[in-house]
Design a protein around this ligand. Structure first.
Ligand SMILES: Nc1ncnc2c1ncn2[C@@H]1O[C@H](COP(=O)(O)OP(=O)(O)OP(=O)(O)O)[C@@H](O)[C@H]1O
Ligand code: SF4
Ligand SMILES: [Mg+2]
Length: 342
């Protein structure tokens, strides 16, 4: 599989009253054609910022001081707003967000809104009335029962799950190469969530679309993803094929996230991760996870571990798995000690 999206050394920061807040730092990530890629992390870890950067939807307070985002070999960051609008956003790359309640216009019928998306997709060349059947087909494809009837209804007559289905229908109308799904099922109950995940899988199979699936819930991504990256305080701390990540989690943060999953640990009580994501205006020196890590040792408080391949297709940013860096630091320490002792 070839890389559809390739993010290189990306850093995104927000200007705030207290200085710069580093929301995404030095992120490298690759999504292949037809791949479902999960991006997981606690609230505030930078997942949505990364998703928005890919479609250039960052607020004006955001800056990208470093990095590249190649989509089909074009660097998104250097493309003009006009090009992004005409060729990329909503066409090559679609986005579905967390709260379906606010994403549809309450004053227009659902069918009218779907037809509108089709009308613009066809560059206004096909009359709206001739697109009705296509819109109904899309509703049917996303599992809305009685689509002819539902076509005439307003968003308030749809449940949350049905609205999310409509939004997926809209997102897939342009047959995008990439769908960014940012917590698309968080507002839904578990049964509906399972249905939406199954639908996403079907749509991917049919259209060959790749997905960047953003969530705080490792359990959700285990169902549908091929690969997962775990993000903490703006950085990717571990990335692996989904099975590998669950079979052999490496980073203490990944292990802690897994312990929070019902059914993962044999203990009856679910674990929580003590402490919180560090203040991004004032990250700790050394490893960001150190204040919450049971294994934190002297080196972790001084140096920041880099993401390194531990074994094929499985990378981790933690000194526990990086003997080389550990030894280098120990040699440096010895030199300092010798100097101080001399
Ligand atoms: N417009 C903004 N201005 C300043 N800081 C922001 C802005 N948007 C996000 N941030 C900060 O950037 C960091 C990352 O936020 P982001 O929304 O990307 O996290 P997230 O992982 O998507 O969290 P959640 O799971 O809650 O959606 C947070 O510390 C957040 O406070
Ligand atoms: S580098 Fe050190 S502090 Fe960071 S996760 Fe690994 S062991 Fe814990
Ligand atoms: Mg978010």
């Amino acid at each position: 599989m070839n890389a559809l999206l390739s993010i290189e050394d990306l850093t995104v920061q927000y200007r705030t009253r207290n200085g710069y807040s580093l929301a995404v730092e030095d992120v490298n990530l690759e999504i292949k054609n037809g791949e479902i890629f999960g991006l997981v992390g606690e609230s505030g870890s930078g997942k949505s910022t990364l998703g928005k950067a890919i479609v250039k939807l960052l607020p004006v307070s955001a800056e990208i001081p470093a990095g590249k985002i190649f989509f089909k070999n074009r660097d998104i960051i250097t493309l003009s707003e006009q090009t992004i609008n005409n060729e990329i956003r909503g066409k090559e790359i679609s986005m579905v967000l967390q709260n379906p309640q606010n994403a549809l216009n309450p004053v227009f019928k659902v069918g009218t809104q779907l037809v509108d998306v089709l009308y613009f997709k066809n560059n206004k060349k096909i009359k709206r009335k001739n697109l009705k059947q296509d819109a109904i087909e899309m509703l049917k494809k996303t599992g809305i029962s009685d689509p002819e009837y539902r076509f005439e209804e307003y968003p308030h007559q749809f449940s949350g799950g049905m609205k999310q289905r409509v939004l997926l229908a809209m997102a897939f109308i342009s047959h995008p190469s990439l769908l960014i799904a940012d917590e698309p099922t968080t507002a839904l109950d578990v049964t509906i969530e399972a249905q939406i995940l199954a639908l996403l899988k079907d749509l991917v199979r049919e259209y060959g679309t790749s997905i960047l699936y953003i969530t705080h819930d490792l359990g959700v991504v285990s169902e549908i993803t091929d690969r997962i990256a775990v993000m903490y305080a703006g950085k990717i701390v571990e990335s692996a094929k989904t099975d590998d990540l669950f079979d052999e989690p490496l980073h203490p943060y990944t292990k802690a996230l897994l312990k929070c999953l019902p059914g993962y640990s044999s203990k009856e009580q679910l674990a929580t991760i003590p402490g919180q994501v560090p203040n991004l205006n004032n990250k700790p020196t050394g490893c960001n996870f150190c204040p919450r890590c049971d294994y934190c040792f002297a080196l972790c408080q001084k140096e920041e571990p880099r993401l390194r391949e531990y074994k094929a297709d499985h990378s981790v940013a933690c000194f526990l798995y990086n003997q080389e860096e550990k030894e280098e630091a120990e040699v440096e320490d010895e030199k300092v000690n010798e100097k101080e002792g001399a």
